[in-house]
Write a protein that binds this ligand. Sequence first.
Ligand code: ZN
Length: 560
Amino acid sequence: MKFSEMQYERPDINKANNVFENLLQKLQNAERLDDCLAAYAEIDEYGRYVSSMFRLAFIRNSLDTTDAFYAAEMAYCDEAGPKLQEIKQKITEALLRSPFRSELENRWGTLMFDNAELALKTFAPEIVADLQEENRLTTEYDNLIASAQIEFDGKVLTLAQIGPYRESSDRNVRKASAIAVSNWFIERADKLDTLFDSLVATRTRIAQKLGHDNFTKIGYYRMQRNCYTSDDVAKFREGVVKYIVPLAARLKAGQADRIGVETLTPYDDPFQYPDGNPAPIGTPEEIFAHGKKMYAELSNETAEFFNFMLENQLFDVLTRPGKAAGGYCEDIPLHKSPFIFANFNGTSGDIDVLTHEAGHAYAAYMARDIYPSALQNYSSETAEVHSMAMEFFAWPWMDGFFGSQTAKYYEYHLAAAITFIPYGTAVDEFQHIIYDNPGMTPKERNALWLTLEAKYRPWLVPDGIDFYEQGRRWQAQPHIYENPFYYIDYCLAQIVALAFWAEAQANHDTAWEKYRRFVSFAGTKTFLELVTDSGLPTPFATENLKIVSDAAVKWLDDRN
Ligand code: ZN
C-alpha cells in the first residue's frame, strides 16, 4: 500500500483499553492451546494496529508541522501512549503465567519470554512516582540544553548552531567558539551538578525499591541485556584500551599532522581536513538516483527492498518549508512498511541517510513477516549493527557519491568509526562507576571523568578550556542524563560492523551473505547469538578486538 493511501484514525484510548481488556480475558480463560494461540494472535494484531496509528500520526506531523489536524493527533497520541502501559503489562504477565507457556516456548522459542521477564523486573507500582520524577529531571536537562542562547560572531546561537564554528579552518575562530560553549556550561555548572545528583538519587531509589543495591542491574534490564553482563562489558573495555586506543591515537596524530597543529585540543578535534570534510557531488535528486542504483546492484533482496520503498512512497528526503528537522527511520507494522524521513542538505549526512537509515529500514523490511511481532524487535546493539555495517557494505558505490573525494571519504568514515569507540567506552565506564557508587560528590565525578579522558583519549589536551580542564565534558552528553547505559551499544555495534567491514575487504560477497543472514533473524536470537552465528568474533573477549584493529592497521598501512 502506498503511504498516501494508508488510512489514519485516532486510536481512541478508552476503546483500545476495552479491546485489550477483553482480549486479556480471552487469553486468561483459554482452556486449550488453540484458544490461547487465537487470543494471542488477536492481541498481536490489535497491538500492531494501535502502534501503526501512533506512528502514522508522528510521521505525518513531521512531514508537515503546519498541518493542524496531525499536530492535534500527535498531541493526543503522546498523551494516550503511556495510558496503555498498564494493560500491556497485564497482558505480558498473563502470557508469562499461561498454563500453556511451555507449548508456546516450543513454538516461538524462549527469547520473547526472557525479554518479557526482564521488562517486568524494571517495574513495580511503588516506583511510579519515582519514574515521574526521573522523567521530570531528564526533561529539565533537555530543556536547559535546548534553551542555550550563546552570543557569538554577532549572533545569538543555540548549541547546534554554534557547531559549524568548531570546524572552521581558522584556529582562532575554533578556539573562540569552544570558549563560548565552555563558558555557557560553566555558568550552569551548579544546575547541571544538582540535576545529575537528583537523577542518580532517584535511580538508586528505584533500584532499591525493586530489590537491588544500586541502579546498574536495573539499567541493564531496561536495555534488555539478555546475553551479557557488566563483567563481559569490562572485558570489552580492556580490549578497547589495549587495541582501539592506540589505533585511534595513530589516527588522531595523523589528523594533527594534516591540520598542522602540535597537539590536538578540544577545538581542533572536530576539524579533520584543511580543505573541509568530504562532501557528495550532485543534486539531491542525483544522489538519490545513485542510491537506487547501489541497492539494485548490491543484492536481489536490497533491490527488491528499495523498489518496495519507492513504489510505496516510503522515502521523504527532500527539504521543504514546514517539514520537521532531522531524520529517522520508522516502521508501520500494519502495512509491513518502513518509512525514511530526512532533509538532504548536500553534506555527507545525505549519504548516511541512504546507508545508515536505509540499513535500519532494510532490517525492518526483512523482519516484516516474523510472528509474533515481538520477535521482529531487537535490542539496540543489534539494530545499530544493521545500520553501521550497511554503511560499510555501501563502500564499493561511494565513487558515485563522492567522485574524486572517494579515498578521502573512506579514510574519514573509518577514522570516525574507530575514534568514536574510546569516547563511547569512557561514557559507559563513567556510568558504571557512578551508579555503583551513588554517594560520589560532583567533584569526585569530575575527577573521575578526567582519569577516564586520560585513559581513553590521551591525545586530547584541554589547553585552558575550563569545561575540559574541570572534567565537565560529560555534562554535554545527553545519554548520561537521559538514557543510562545506552552508550555502550553504539561501541559494541561499531566493533561488529568493523568486523563485517574487515571480512568485506577480503571477500565482499561472503561477508554480505553473513550480514544478510544476521539481519534475517531479526529479534529471534540474542545479540551474542547473532554475532557468533555469523562466525564473527564476540566483542566480549579482550583479544578479539585485535582482529578488528589489525585489519584497520593493515588497511591504513597499505594506503601509505
Ligand atoms: Zn542508527
